[in-house]
Design a binder for this molecule. Sequence first.
Ligand SMILES: Cc1ncc(COP(=O)(O)O)c(C=O)c1O
Length: 405
Amino acid sequence: MLANNRSSLGVKNGSGIRAMFELGITYRKQGKKPIDLSIGNPDIKPPAVYYETLQRLVSEQADLPTNPHKYMPNPGYTDTREVIARDAGSEMGIPLTAADIVMTVGAANAIDVVLMTIIEPGAQDEVIIISPYFVEYNNYIENNRGVPVVVPATNAFDLDLAAIEKALTPQTRALILNSPNNPTGKIYRKETLTALADILRNHNQTTGQTIIVLEDAPYDKIIFGNQQFASMLGCYPHTIYLTSFSKSLGLAGERIGFLAMHPEIGSSVDERQVFQAALATNLRTRVVNAPALQQKAIEILGLKQTVPVEAYGERVEQLAATLQELGFPLVKPEGAFYLFPQLPERFKSEEAFRTLAHAGDDPLLYTPGIYFGGKAYARHIRFSACASPEDIARACKKLQTIMHS
Ligand SMILES: Cc1ncc(COP(=O)(O)O)c(C=O)c1O
């Protein structure tokens, strides 16, 4: 076999979601018009200022006498990191400097490189993830030879603090938090994060270990109504906040993001400096550095620009209203662009629902809940609101047809 066992298993685990994507292609070839709410692929374009910035940068760079495309420091341009430190620091109320920021190839690369830096290969280091969870977490952890430990969220998809406390062991190296959450849209409250921080601190004191929190927050600008994002950075010093511009600016294909570590992470200045240097080294062996032109664009734009977030909010609201009206148990999303309803009892199984959803010339595509944490979510499905308002309206109509069939 060419691919090793671990990689082959990764292919198998990812195949369910890909199968939905491929089904969409097949249906289109058959002349059908699928309503594809399966993939979280941001469809809303960046604001005009993003393109103006790129145009300006490209023409300035073309006129330079020197080469602006040279290698750079692995953590990114210092000027860009200074802008991020300024903006992220003021958003979080933490004094960040460029030394605390690493520019990354999206949030995915940030998670990977942090895990690569903290997990001791062969030591059975455990990384806690909260289910339902983003399907790639297992791959990031296992690629870096860590052991995923899954702790289910509460029924309302909040953190189950007692269950997290119970799952902590002397092997626990890290905990990944994702708020606003994919697939549930849940945002964790400041009080919950403060209580979690107390639990982690107690554990650290007892074991002499330091649990690192990876706060995976690529949706923290996609927030609805009066909701607010609270960061673990403000509650626990051993936190690495990481995000990207994939959703906030709709730049998923451009691969640009960053991580911000708490300025007091670790137990000493020396430890912190070694950690920063190790992160840079690991970034070098994985991706070398984040894309140069995108870094320069972000340096000009800062963190304030976003896509029109209300547009995602309206789509989620419309789908949520329809699902609730039709009797799908749903925890209403507070942010991100997903809905994770349960199936009404009249459907024997997800497969039974799928048969109806895929029937006709307008098959409705979604991602089955099992891909977000196994059998416990066998009666959940995930809809992504990355579809035109017309397709969202078609989805609502299709759901009505299914329920009245
Ligand atoms: C929860 C979560 N984390 C991380 C990522 C990776 O995003 P990116 O690498 O594009 O920033 C995604 C992408 O969908 C996600 O949903």
